[in-house]
Every structure is written in structure tokens, then in C-alpha cells.
Design a protein around this ligand. Structure first.
Ligand SMILES: [Zn+2]
Ligand SMILES: [Zn+2]
Length: 160
């Protein structure tokens, strides 16, 4: 049986560029949406490139610009996945399976858990400001770094 290999990502990209002239699509070493530059960064060599491209486009269409509290980032990610799967996936004929979504959201859930765990007593802290948490059990305060949309790597716990 003859199999015709389509450079699917490139044809998808061409369609997206045509359909969304207000956004820029730029090849990068990862996937993220930059609201400031109205730019969708995509990594053409990555696994499931089409899936993640539609996910980033969803952030763009939904007008995601940033977040104040970490928990909000998890919600933005979930919203972008829902839009990608329910709207863009069928529109562009890209299957987005639930496992990819859950694996990706797990990254954010683990990130949130790691950031909100007190380094002193391991109780859960409350985020009081954009980059500050306070432990509900022992009162310890700690700072966290800013994270941009969709640029999370697997978070490793800092050693004390
Ligand atoms: Zn504590
Ligand atoms: Zn995202």
C-alpha cells in the first residue's frame, strides 16, 4: 500500500496563517503564546506539533494575557485545551486525545503543588501576592518565580 506522507504541520500552519492574519506564527524551540507580540511560538520538530499549535492558538483566540495567581494559570490552560479540542480540533481535523491533555495539565498541577508547599513544614500555603506564598500552618513566607503561559518544564523541587 502506498502511503503518501504529508508535511501536515506545514499545511496546517499555512491554513492557520491564512485564517488568522492577526496573529504571527513563529518557529521556536518550544510552544508558547506571547500576548505582547500577538505571536504563537511553535516547535515544528516536537511530537504532536499540530496538537500543541492548536492549543497555543486557543490561548490567542481566547485573549489570554497573563494571570495573577498561580491557580488562574491552571484554569487558563484547561480553558485553552477545551477550546482546542472542542472547536479547533474538528475545524482543522486534528485529533486531540485526552491523554495528551491530562499529561499536560498534570505538569501544571505538579508545578502548582510544588510552589504552594511550605519549604519548612510541607503544609499548603496561600498565595498572597503574585510571587509570594504564606504557610497557613507555620506562617513561613516564600517567594516563587514568574512562569509564562505554556513555558513550563517539569518542575523539580528545590533542595532545602
Ligand atoms: Zn509551614
Ligand atoms: Zn497553554
Amino acid at each position: 500500500m502506498d502511503v503518501i506522507t504529508m508535511p501536515s504541520t506545514y499545511s496546517l500552519l499555512n491554513r492557520l496563517r491564512r485564517d488568522f492574519p492577526g496573529f504571527r506564527f513563529e518557529k521556536s524551540t518550544g510552544f508558547w503564546w506571547s500576548a505582547a507580540g500577538q505571536t504563537i511560538h511553535i516547535d515544528p520538530l516536537a511530537d504532536n506539533c499540530d496538537v500543541f499549535t492548536l492549543h497555543e492558538l486557543s490561548h490567542a483566540i481566547l485573549g489570554h494575557r497573563g494571570y495573577e495567581y498561580d491557580i488562574d494559570l491552571v484554569k487558563l490552560e484547561r480553558d485553552a485545551w477545551e477550546y482546542a479540542r472542542n472547536i479547533l480540533g474538528s475545524e482543522y481535523d486534528v485529533t486531540i486525545n485526552e491523554q495528551i491533555i491530562q499529561d499536560n495539565l498534570d505538569t501544571y498541577r505538579e508545578w502548582l503543588h510544588a510552589r504552594s508547599t511550605c519549604p519548612d513544614c510541607e503544609a499548603t500555603g496561600l498565595q498572597t501576592k503574585q510571587q509570594t506564598y504564606r504557610c497557613l500552618a507555620c506562617g513561613h513566607l516564600w517567594r516563587v518565580n514568574e512562569a509564562r503561559l505554556c513555558a513550563l518544564r517539569r518542575y523539580s523541587l528545590q533542595t532545602k
